[in-house]
Design a protein around this ligand. Structure first.
Ligand SMILES: Cc1cc2nc3c(=O)[nH]c(=O)nc-3n(C[C@H](O)[C@H](O)[C@H](O)COP(=O)(O)O)c2cc1C
Length: 288
């Protein structure tokens, strides 16, 4: 995984743990100069293209666009497996193809807390976090080895994922640009550390509505970031968030999301799981 979308120019030399990154703000745009991509390896190129070679596009408002596949409006589309001309195969959609980078958004930006015996605890902001499986409940976080928190988690095998609300978003950003090497992040943010229930060292952040206590079971080292695969040992939920029947109202907690270098408050509800096929759902086309 290439964090910060691999954009070297977007990194600053100062800051935490061997270089800050914008975690998606610049999307691999190394320069505004267009580059010609020589080959289109592994991609199916439509038979009816004027040339089988993709064209280099000069410039798209300062962005480097590698090439654009413009399929001719001949009625016949691309010939990839499963695509049927005139049915599910489009012919006039243009796609700018960028070099490989990270573009999976929106994401939760979470605050991960950790601690080593005898030292002050640390909080690191992580956007490359994910749910891995339900049974056993497992999650992952990807960290650059240069992060101060990386050493702590590697050594103790523990961390807590703290969900972030609108209220916590400044603290979350702060913990993502300052390093625990030279900053006491609990002190500076005013956040409160609480002991975890199932972990020995990593604390919970009291102000977060949900704290996920994790124990590392495996470390993967695929590239710039290492993945800590962890088993969820306990989930701590603010009692104030439970309604009178003990139901958890997570979506009323004001959770924040992170997308393409920016933070957002979650907005309008669009539906619930499975609503597209529920009785009484629209019976015409699902899309459009
Ligand atoms: C929104 C955001 C998301 C981030 N996501 C990650 C991430 O997934 N992995 C990572 O290694 N660093 C990530 N960072 C950078 C670290 O949080 C940052 O380098 C931090 O200062 C490291 O703190 P530490 O040195 O105390 O561990 C992110 C930063 C921000 C602002």
């Amino acid at each position: 995984m290439s964090a910060g979308s691999g954009s070297r120019s977007a990194r600053t030399k100062t800051g935490a743990g061997g270089g800050q990154e914008d975690y998606g703000a610049k999307d691999g745009r190394k320069s505004t100069r267009p580059k010609v991509v020589k080959e289109d390896r592994g991609r199916t190129v439509g038979r009816n293209l004027k040339s089988a070679r993709p064209k280099a596009v000069k410039e798209d408002r300062g962005r480097t666009v590698r090439h654009v596949h413009k399929r001719e409006k001949t009625g016949e589309g691309p010939v990839s497996a499963g695509l049927q001309p005139g049915k599910n195969a489009g012919s006039d959609h243009k796609k700018a193809v960028w070099k490989a980078g990270n573009m999976l958004y929106p994401l939760p930006a979470v605050m991960v807390s950790c601690a080593r015996p005898g030292e002050r605890p640390d909080i690191v902001t992580v956007a490359w976090a994910g749910t891995v499986c339900t049974d056993p409940a497992m999650v992952s976080i990807s960290l650059r080895p240069s992060r101060y928190s990386y050493g702590i988690i590697d050594e103790t095998g523990e961390f807590v994922i703290n969900l972030v609300t609108e209220e916590l978003i400044r603290a979350c950003d702060f913990c993502g640009v300052k390093s625990g090497r030279d900053t006491d992040k609990f002190l500076e943010t005013g956040l409160t550390a609480l002991p975890a229930v199932r972990l020995s060292f990593a604390p919970l952040i009291a102000q977060s509505p949900v704290n996920i206590e994790c124990r590392v079971v495996q470390k993967l080292t695929p590239g710039s970031h290492h993945i800590f695969l962890a088993r969820v040992e306990a989930v701590d939920i603010d009692e104030d968030r439970l309604d009178e029947n003990g139901k958890f109202e997570l979506n009323k907690a004001g959770l924040a999301a992170y997308s393409h270098g920016e933070y957002f408050a979650l907005g309008r509800k669009l539906g619930s799981f499975g609503f597209s096929v529920k009785k009484g759902a629209k019976t015409d086309r699902v899309f459009g």
